[in-house]
Design a protein around this ligand. Structure first.
Ligand code: GDP
Length: 303
């Protein structure tokens, strides 16, 4: 918990400082108040649509029950954030495991967002839960990606299936699936090349990988997780939309939450994407990946 609190420090500070400032001079909820509140939300990267949604709910609530103290209005804002976030999402997001054998998880995302690091951290997490984990170095495009995954494999003590650079990522995945099935691994985590600048190639590559997985595993990959860099704020949202057009993303991972005041972007993504944030990255170490808990996150924002 405390790691999460610490990781959220910058986002919280920027958000709650402004919110507290807004309430320091609180007299009543009028149009000026809404203007100021919208400014606070926008500047926290909550996103325009989410900001308007919160504003609308709040207006309606205030119309029903006009007389409130500043503290009550503040609580109302938090409740509204939680409500909007949790619409349609029950409980903590978990990974859909394959009950009959190998659970395959695909990782997608552009270079530099922290994809390889996230796979390493996730492998460590699974291993510490007693799972047998295999990694597939499917990013054969970016120079150094294969070695980097090997380093993580060594660090956390899990096996890595590789091939030569520039070879067909689908063949690496094929080899990894064979090994994963015959040697009874629980999880196969697949790194992929996130070439968003060439969407057609990206789509073809992911389609081919998915076809091969389907051939080996009924139902195909359990999850396709899109890794996004929180420090890029609204750009992360744009990337999410672009990836959603090319592949069937089932969950999001937001990295580098520790280095940014733009953590509010989680709310914007939730509002616009209808894809749950499953994990957040809170640092570069192997223990710095956490299951994302929306309530903890939102209460952490305004604490
Ligand atoms: P990839 O190109 O998407 O595979 O990105 P990498 O995994 O190589 O990560 C890029 C950089 O971001 C590396 O220096 C990582 O250590 C760093 N990084 C990844 N995740 C996090 C995180 O959650 N917090 C911080 N502070 N740095 C991170």
């Amino acid at each position: 918990i405390d790691k999460f609190d610490k990781g959220m420090e910058k986002t919280r500070k920027s958000f709650s400082d402004k919110l507290n400032e807004l309430f320091a001079g609180f007299r009543e909820v009028d149009e000026d108040f809404f203007d100021d509140l919208e400014e606070v939300l926008i500047s926290a990267d909550v996103g325009f649509d989410m900001t308007i949604a919160i504003s609308d709910v709040l207006r309606e609530e205030m119309r029903l029950k006009p007389a409130r103290t500043g503290e009550q209005v503040k609580n109302l804002i938090v409740e509204t954030l939680v409500d909007i976030y949790e619409k349609g999402q029950i409980g903590l997001p978990t990974i859909k495991e394959n009950p009959d054998g190998l659970t395959v998880v695909l990782f997608v995302g552009v270079n530099g967002v922290g994809k390889t690091t996230t796979i390493g951290k996730y492998a460590h997490k699974l291993k510490s839960e007693g799972k047998k984990v295999l990694l597939a170095a499917g990013d054969t495009f970016r120079a150094g990606a294969i070695e980097q995954l090997e380093v993580w494999g060594e660090r956390v003590g899990v096996d890595v299936v590789t091939s030569d650079a520039k070879s067909d990522p689908a063949s690496v995945v094929f080899d990894a699936l064979k090994k994963g099935s015959t040697e009874h691994y629980d999880y196969l985590l697949v790194d992929t090349a996130g070439r968003l600048q060439n969407k057609v190639n990206l789509m073809k590559e992911l389609e081919k990988i998915n076809r091969i997985i389907h051939r080996e595993i009924p139902g195909g990959a359990a999850e396709t997780l899109l890794v996004l860099d929180a420090t890029t704020g609204q750009n992360a949202l744009i990337q999410a939309k672009q990836f959603k057009e090319t592949t069937d993303v089932t969950g999001l991972i937001l990295t580098k939450l520790d280095g940014t005041a733009k953590g509010g972007v989680i709310l914007a993504i939730r509002q616009e994407m209808e894809i749950p944030v499953k994990f957040v990255g809170l640092g570069e170490g192997m223990n710095d990946l956490q299951v994302f808990d929306p309530e903890q996150y939102i209460y952490g924002l305004v604490k």
